[in-house]
Design a protein around this ligand. Structure first.
Ligand code: ADP
Ligand code: MG
Length: 461
């Protein structure tokens, strides 16, 4: 037995997950197998590159955290693609089979091409990031930054709704820069991890090493900076870190779920730092881009899913890339488990719920009416009624416009929801707002804010 054989921790972790997760989730995702251990890593066999990438994104952290809890040691995991063997031994943790270790030569012998960056996830790279009109500006800027960090666009702030590819793009910058120049010191953390690290350092009286660590990097990537709202201590610390890096021409990249100007509970001086460099938003992908994303994922992962299926997914899921991926994952897991080809019928059947959920989201017309009427100090009846005073007409048009934007109700359905109006009235309202958006530069952010509060309302129900 190797002096490091972590299989017992692995087996225990897997059996805990099998208890905690639903049977479906466990059998779908933990179709993976212990292969071998090295000093600090467990090699895990997975059935496809698709699984590998999805696991890395979704479960790897949790698995490693569990291994840490069980063993008291930092044990990493590395996924190796091995096509499932026909006898089907993959599944619940199986006994190790030392004789039949395919990739699992003891890893001290297997030279790795280069060290893996502990915080960067190689699944997030530019090669698999599809460029569409929704993200081309951001992607081009990101590539330029990766090639020449710290020289232009500093800081770079990527903002946009959930699932649109912010984290992917930020990590791609780190990965590309790290490949081009392995000497670079790169830190990539979530705002939450930064905050925890900061608090921990105070407790441990290790502030100077904290400061050293963050202020000596060449590239600092911080994900989801909206988390810093109301965290004054972390804001203060980040402010000083920012200044040190900025003065040293070190690259900073941040992501946020909204424009920096809308971060309310953030000190003005930090907000103005975020706004200093290049701020770019990611928009939801249009049909063509959604189709291209699905096509690419299907091809690179060798999924046997015919084009008419990604057409139907692309037409029905317009929210974000995460939802598109989830649909593919569901289909591919189904195909793997049931051993059936994915036809249009199978896809429609399997994705029925997903389609109807993302179509209407949880957002109801009632949420929209409530939110708009609160903001504009009119009543719900005003919005649905016939009054034509400007103070009511404008909010009514805005409500219809938002409903058209964030739900998949047809104009006819919307007309009915808004006091039994004709669909042409809805179309006219949307046109009016479109025109107004061109004239009034502040209207867009007002509408975006409303949409945000509507979405929040719909999450809470
Ligand atoms: P965010 O951080 O904005 O919430 P992520 O970066 O986590 O979104 O993206 C959600 C998922 O969609 C990830 O799995 C990511 O790899 C994928 N993704 C997002 N945008 C693209 C794209 N343009 N091309 C390919 N995959 C994408
Ligand atoms: Mg993210």
């Amino acid at each position: 037995m190797d002096s490091w054989d972590y299989q017992v921790f692995w087996n225990e972790a897997m059996s805990q997950f099998s208890e905690e997760l639903s049977e479906q989730e466990y059998s779908m995702w933990f179709n993976i197998e212990y292969d071998s251990s090295t000093q600090d890593t467990i090699l895990v066999r997975v059935p496809s590159a698709f699984y590998r990438d999805q696991l890395a994104k979704t479960y790897q952290k949790a698995i490693e955290a569990r291994l840490f809890e069980l063993s008291g040691k930092k044990i990493g995991t590395e996924f190796v693609v091995v096509k499932p063997n026909p006898t089907g031994t993959q599944g619940k943790p199986a006994a190790s089979r030392p004789d039949d270790r395919k990739p699992g030569k003891p890893a001290e012998e297997a030279p790795r091409p280069r060290e893996k960056h502990p915080q960067l996830n190689i699944a997030y790279n530019f090669e698999n990031y599809i460029i569409g009109e929704n993200n081309s500006f951001a992607t081009n800027a990101a590539m330029a930054i990766a090639a020449n960090p710290g020289t232009a666009y500093n800081p770079f702030l990527i903002y946009g709704d959930v699932g649109l590819g912010k984290t992917h793009l930020m990590q791609a910058i780190g990965n590309r820069a790290w490949i081009l120049n392995p000497k670079l010191k790169i830190i990539c953390v979530s705002a939450e991890a930064f905050t925890n690290d900061f608090i921990h350092s105070i407790h441990e009286k290790a502030m100077s090493s904290f400061k050293n660590r963050y202020r000596s990097v060449d590239i600092l990537l911080i994900d989801d900076i909206h988390f810093f709202e109301n965290k004054e201590g972390s804001q203060e610390e980040l402010f000083h870190t920012f200044n040190a890096l900025y003065d040293g021409n070190k690259q900073m990249v941040f992501t946020c779920d909204r424009p920096a100007s809308e971060l309310k509970n953030l000190s003005d001086r930090l907000r103005s730092r975020f706004e200093r460099g290049l701020n770019v938003d990611l928009q939801p992908p249009n049909y063509e881009t959604r189709y291209a994303i699905l096509k690419k994922k299907v091809e690179t992962n060798n999924l046997s899913i015919p084009p008419e299926v990604f057409d139907v997914i692309a037409r029905n899921i317009s929210t974000n890339v995460r939802d598109l991926e989830a649909a593919l994952v569901k289909l591919s897991a189904y195909a793997n488990l049931v051993g059936m080809n994915i036809t249009l019928e199978v896809a429609q059947q399997q994705l029925k719920d997903v389609f109807s959920q993302t179509r209407h989201g949880n957002v109801t017309i009632d949420h929209i009416i409530r939110s708009v009427s609160e903001t504009y100090k009119v009543t719900a009846n005003d919005l649905k009624g016939k009054k034509r005073t400007r103070s009511i007409v404008v909010p009514r048009q805005i409500a219809m416009y938002i409903a058209r934007e964030i739900t998949e109700y047809s104009t006819t359905e919307l007309g009915l929801e808004f006091g039994g109006r004709d669909h042409t009235t809805v179309m006219h309202s949307c046109q009016k707002i479109d025109e107004q958006l061109k004239l009034d530069p502040t209207l867009d952010s007002k509408i975006q804010k409303l949409i945000q509060s509507i979405r929040q309302m719909s999450i809470k129900g």
